[in-house]
Design a protein around this ligand. Structure first.
Ligand code: 9MR
Length: 468
């Protein structure tokens, strides 16, 4: 039964993907050579976590997180990136009033990451609009109560999966008011854009903050698909980009597509967004991936592995197409699954490989305790820790062209520019005594397990790192 349902769903997906299957490879760029860059201009390989779902329902909107937690994460997996969840309800508790104490607490956490060499992306998270969608606040997070208008339409509180709340009339109405599809609340999008301006004002000079993810998993309410992405969503993005750029010309802006469908592999219609900053655009495309067979309850094994790989192929092609249209680097803002399920570690490996191939950063969902995360309810490491630990170039003094892994070695091919040295994180498991570089001048820091390599500053370089 489950299998039949899966095959039907995949067939439907293929049909909706529209001609996409037959013409799948024709207009797909073979790679994306645009990268999110650091303050020096080096290309970044971002490797980290969403931190954390626990922030959603917390009264202070802060994740359950301590400095030792970050130390442990670094020691175990050598991460350099966090998609840090923030909430509109906490930024702007009443219209036009911004909570500086909340932003201070966020800034304190950013400093914890900064001390350890991390890049931070602030993610204005929402699921199901906000917890005002039901009187008892049993579901939803993100938007403040004052921006939640359900017009008394029903929102049932029993669901098979949390995503099904998105179909409830009251939730759809709350989104329709936000996007001003109803014509009754033209002020809400402006408020949202101005809330982002307040955040950018606070973090524009913070060296650890890499950028801003404008909205988690946008949902169009009664306007869906391309009409939504090129209509109200693009309007919101343009307004917000303008507000952010009025105070912050430097940080990156990350744009997500509609989540439903695109998370499975359907194409996004997001257009190119002009970046009004002086200098090259700093706008990235930040989709999520949650393969449909897994959403439907299958594991990454046998037949469903094949189907999952197929959907990942479509996801890859469509992601490359969208990034090309947007002229943007890619960041995989979320992927994740229950690590106790058969094949889970293989899927993590597969997605990390894909992110390496596409030169896209990655943030695993999520850094919460439990079976999805790196540590379970008792604090013991899950299968995610070994699966998510690998040697990688953290920052590259040039434009990466390829990254290949051999048995205990890796080779980075890049077109060097004058931005700065190239850094590799090398885990103890594969590089117990550190690493050596095939070319350039290398220095090893055993404390951070980072190998810094200075190479010539222009031309194509093949740089192979092997155990010392
Ligand atoms: O894993 C999260 C789950 O515990 C929550 O009930 C749910 C609703 O807030 O959100 C889940 O996290 C989702 C994230 O917010 C958005 N992308 C998909 C994540 C996994 O479903």
């Amino acid at each position: 039964m489950k299998r039949a349902r899966l095959i039907m769903a995949i067939a439907a997906l293929a049909v909706v993907a529209g001609g996409g299957v037959a013409s799948a490879t024709r207009d797909v760029p073979d790679a994306n050579r645009r990268y999110v860059t650091d303050d020096l201009g080096r290309a970044l390989y971002l490797h980290g976590f969403n931190t954390a779902s626990s922030a959603k329902g917390a009264p202070d909107a802060l994740p359950k997180l301590t400095e030792p937690d970050i130390d442990r994460e670094y020691r175990d997996m050598g991460t350099n990136f966090v998609r840090f969840l923030i909430q509109w309800r906490a930024v702007e508790p009443s219209p036009g009033t911004y909570d500086t104490k909340y932003l201070d607490k966020v800034a304190e956490r950013v400093r914890w990451y900064a001390k350890r060499g991390y890049h931070v992306m602030l993610d204005m998270h929402q699921d199901l609009w906000g917890n005002g969608i039901t009187p008892a606040g049993v579901a939803g997070n993100g938007a403040p109560g004052w921006a939640t208008h359900t017009d008394g339409l029903p929102v049932a509180t029993e669901h098979f999966t949390w995503e099904m709340y998105y179909l409830e009339p009251g939730v759809i109405r709350a989104f329709d008011h936000f996007w001003n599809t109803t014509g009754e609340h033209p002020e809400l999008m402006d408020r949202y854009a101005k809330a982002w301006k307040a955040v950018a004002q606070r973090f524009k000079d913070d060296p650890a903050v890499l950028g801003y993810d404008l909205m988690n998993e946008p949902w169009g309410g009664s306007v869906q698909g391309a009409t939504f992405e090129t209509g109200p969503l693009a309007t919101l993005y343009r307004k917000t980009i303008a507000e952010i750029r009025s105070v912050d010309e430097d940080n990156w802006i990350f744009l997500e597509p509609q989540a439903v469908g695109v998370n499975w592999g359907l194409p996004s219609a997001l257009p190119y967004f002009d970046d009004p900053r002086g200098g090259p655009d700093k706008i990235a495309f930040a989709p999520h991936v949650y393969p449909l067979p897994l959403d439907l309850g299958d594991d990454y094994t046998d037949g469903s592995k094949e189907w999952t790989d197929r959907t990942l192929g479509w996801w890859r092609d469509n992601t490359l197409r969208t990034a090309e249209r947007m002229r943007a680097p890619i960041l995989l803002g979320e992927f994740g699954l229950d690590m106790t399920r058969p094949g889970a570690a293989d899927l993590v490996g597969k997605l990390v490989d894909l992110s390496d191939q596409l030169g896209m950063g990655r943030a695993y969902w999520s850094r919460d305790e439990g079976s999805w995360g790196p540590y379970d309810d008792k604090g013991e490491p899950t299968a995610l820790v070994p699966a998510y630990t690998r040697a990688y170039p953290r920052a590259v003094g040039g434009v990466p062209q390829a990254l290949k892994y051999g048995d205990k070695s890796l080779t980075l091919t890049f077109d060097a520019n004058e931005t700065g040295p190239t850094e590799f994180y090398l885990p103890a498991r594969d590089f117990p005594n550190g690493g050596k570089a095939s070319t350039g001048q290398a220095s090893w820091d055993p404390g951070t397990r980072v190998l810094t390599v200075k190479t010539r500053t222009y031309g194509r370089i093949d740089l192979t790192i092997t155990p010392a």
